[in-house]
Design a protein around this ligand. Sequence first.
Ligand SMILES: [Zn+2]
Length: 89
Amino acid sequence: MTRDYRVAKTRGAFVVINSDGERVSPFWANELSAERERKRLQDALDARKRAEFRACLCCAATFWSHGIHNRLCDGCRGHANRLGRDMAG
Ligand SMILES: [Zn+2]
């Protein structure tokens, strides 16, 4: 599944659309502005997706992180989830 953005031309304006064909930018009068916005959105998306080995923020163990949102190893994440439930309950 790709989640790539692209620039599309509508009636006299350029827009950025996502892989679902939804407009995700304002209308730009020139293609360069639209392309710049597309790149910004794409970079942000790619950064979120970046998976690599990371050191757990909690115990410093190296683990396979699914992306920059994923900073705790499985053990610590399970612990954090239990803590969250305890505090919520
Ligand atoms: Zn950990």
